[in-house]
Design a protein around this ligand. Structure first.
Ligand code: GAL
Length: 676
């Protein structure tokens, strides 16, 4: 079995975070103390340079890398490796003053003033040129330093720009996509509607708020273009770095299921996936366990962007953040639990924002390993140091992988199309929530699902759930059919296969593109229910599911009916069906129900697929990572109660004790059980 350690030089798992020495250059005593404290906290990596441009190049063309080099060197001498960031996430004032085109234009066509961060135009030639210059110098000066283990591109890419250069680039992008044939675009965009026909590509504007927002295909193409253009910007940064130091791996920190960019298009450009994890712990609308499960889903999204490699948790808050409506501190023990969860789900790093709290400005009260007190005896510091110790104990986990044979399909295009479609009930479309609820239901059965795109290779999976797959990409239907044919258990729901990738409706009955044959049904109508409306489903085993929000009315052609509606004019008609196809089965659930009600169906699918389940008490998480070092079962108690689990065998690396059968975890307790 494979073991692919991301950073062998660290000896295993990475423990580190964003470090901003440029804010303390006038305090050499603090910089000295930082190294001592890092060692004490078991830190073996620091992320440098994330927003350092105005210190690295205080005037145009005047570069100062010496301070950075000194710090990289000092850290390295102390066993701390650098994740070196390019500074393109925030611009110095001189740059915007000299080249205003670098500042974004908003949806109503207004150019921004200088300030903030993460807000440059991705198209601006001048900005790209300036970024390339500083990236090259950074790579030339520091990229070959043995202490530099990775590049971190910019920071949290996101956002759109509507400047004239972006508009032009969008038109070129469309011309390329529609083979310079405007009639092809008009056809794909159904442009005879409302007289929306274009004569040429240069007439097309992006969806300005005070302009054209009623063409679904235009709105979606703009989203696709924004991803494409951001990716293009990122690729340019990567190309410069690789031209100087081809062997330094690159990453860019993602933001969980961020709406603005299709990360699946960006992932192939990166050597390693990384993301910034800021759960709203201890909130007042869900249980702590639910927050943890939701985070496990986000980890799964990131893990699945590059299957076959561990990912990185690039940022997380050591204590609290400062930007939530309520900035609650993590309760004792939660830090360790959340860090271990990241590793359990496939991360080889536990990294923080930030190492030390700054004295001023926007993030002065954001949690950090080192507080304004500056000491190593704070609760947060102690908990971080404890994690440092723990990561050393579980170092053999580094490079192992979480393998699963179950997957949930989630597409960004589909998400955007559902958000925009003028149908259903605007307030309850809930595509993401529906996916997450189903993912969590499998998780409760002890099955970690990957989260993959509908056009990805499904050959390593035996159970696939595709909720609300409204838009089918070319090839998706074929992919799903082949999956079932070779023995897969597939489940789709209401609102599947209505439109193609241009958002043109399939004719002849939904789900289109051959899926109605696969499922053996046609959906004739979809009923949107008011918030207080309810229907029900009576299953063949006499269990009853509650239906809310959506109910499709089906014609069953060639499928077995497993459940029927209990109310309304479609009472008695099919709501849940199953069709055998090849060696597998295709289930269709035509209405929205709580995912937990579908558990028996999910269990049946898992049983038929011979995927083992591991049902644990509510609030206890279970993940397994495997590799040449053996298997590592992670048990995470996301409750404040002590729990005792049976059927656990192996050596717990946390306590260094052999477990014969029964494992007791205190509230928020963790175990990493190594077994062969
Ligand atoms: C992240 C960002 C960091 C820091 C952090 C605060 O989104 O990348 O630079 O601002 O949030 O939680």
């Amino acid at each position: 079995m494979e073991r692919r350690m991301l950073f062998p030089q660290t000896g295993g798992l990475v423990h580190g975070g964003d470090y901003n020495p440029e804010q303390w250059l006038d305090r050499p005593d603090i910089l000295e103390e930082d190294v001592r404290l890092m060692k004490k906290a078991g830190i073996n990596s620091a992320t440098l340079g994330v927003f350092s441009w105005s210190v690295l190049e205080p005037e145009e063309g005047e570069f100062h890398f010496e301070w950075l080099e000194e710090i990289v060197e000092k850290l390295y001498r102390n066993g701390i490796y650098t994740v070196l960031s390019t500074p393109s996430g925030a611009r110095p004032a001189w740059l915007d003053a000299a080249y205003p085109e670098a500042m974004r234009v908003n949806r109503i066509g207004m150019r921004a003033h200088h300030g903030g961060r993460h807000n440059h135009c991705m198209t601006s030639r001048k900005y790209r040129e300036k970024v390339s210059i500083i990236d090259r110098k950074l790579a030339e000066r520091l990229g070959s330093h043995p202490g530099v283990m990775m590049y971190h591109i910019s920071n949290e890419f996101g956002g759109e720009c509507f400047c004239p250069a972006c508009v032009r680039k969008f038109q070129e992008y469309l011309a390329e996509k529609y083979e310079h044939d405007i009639e092809k675009l008009n056809k794909a965009w159904w442009a005879a509607f409302w007289s929306h026909r274009y004569n040429s590509f240069d007439q097309i504007e992006p969806p300005f708020e005070n302009g054209e927002t009623s063409v679904m295909a235009l709105n979606l193409e703009w989203k696709r273009f924004t991803t494409w253009n951001t990716n293009d910007f990122m690729k340019q940064e990567i190309a410069v770095l690789r031209s100087v130091t081809p062997n330094v791996p690159v990453t860019a920190n993602f933001m969980q299921l961020f709406n603005g960019l299709d990360y699946r298009k960006m992932a192939p450009e990166l050597d390693v996936i990384s993301w910034d994890n800021y759960p709203l712990f201890h909130n007042d609308w869900e249980t702590f366990g639910e927050t943890m499960y939701g985070t496990a889903f986000q980890h799964a999204v990131m893990r699945s962007l590059k299957r076959g490699k561990p990912f990185m948790m690039m940022e997380s808050a050591p204590g609290l953040v400062n930007w939530q409506t309520v900035n609650k501190v993590k309760r004792p023990g939660v830090h360790r639990l959340a860090c271990l969860q990241a590793v359990a789900c496939g991360s080889d790093t536990v990294q923080y924002f930030q190492w030390r709290k700054g004295r001023g400005s926007y993030e002065q009260f954001h949690g950090a390993v080192v507080d304004h007190m500056g000491t190593d005896d704070t609760r947060v510091f102690r908990e971080v140091a404890e994690v440092g110790e723990l990561l050393k104990k579980i170092a053999p986990v580094a490079g192992t992988l979480l393998h699963t044979r179950a997957a949930l399909l989630f597409d960004w295009d589909n998400r955007w199309a559902i958000q925009d479609v003028k149908a259903l009930s605007q307030a309850t479309k809930k595509y993401e929530e529906t996916c997450i609820d189903i993912w969590k239901a499998f998780f409760r059965l002890g099955v970690d699902m990957d989260v993959v795109g509908s056009d990805e290779d499904l050959s390593c999976y035996d159970v696939v759930v595709a909720p609300m797959l409204y838009m089918l990409q070319p090839g998706t239907a074929r992919n799903l059919k082949a999956f079932v044919e070779r023995g897969g258990q597939l489940l789709a729901t209401y609102f599947t296969g209505y439109v193609d990738s241009d958002q043109l409706c399939y004719l002849g009955g939904f789900p289109g593109d051959g899926l109605k044959e696969l499922f053996g049904i046609v959906s004739e109508e979809i009923d949107s229910l008011y918030p207080s409306d309810r229907n029900g489903i009576e299953m063949a085993d006499n269990s009853r599911w509650e239906v809310r929000e959506y109910a499709e009315i089906l014609r069953v052609h060639d499928a077995q009916t497993l459940g029927v509606y209990t109310e309304d004019f479609y009472k008695g008609t099919a709501a849940v069906t199953c069709r055998e196809h090849g060696k597998g089965k295709a289930y269709y659930v035509a209405a929205r129900t709580d995912a937990d009600q579908m558990l028996p169906l999910f269990e049946k699918m898992l049983t038929d697929a011979e995927i083992p389940m591991r049902k644990l008490p509510e609030g206890v998480e279970y993940h397994v990572r495997s590799g040449e070092e053996g298997n590592f079962a992670f048990y995470l108690n996301c409750t404040t109660r002590e729990v005792t689990l049976s059927g656990v065998k192996g050596r717990d690396l946390v306590t260094d004790r052999e477990i014969e059968d029964s494992l007791t975890l205190p509230g928020y307790g963790v175990a990493v059980v190594h077994f062969v």
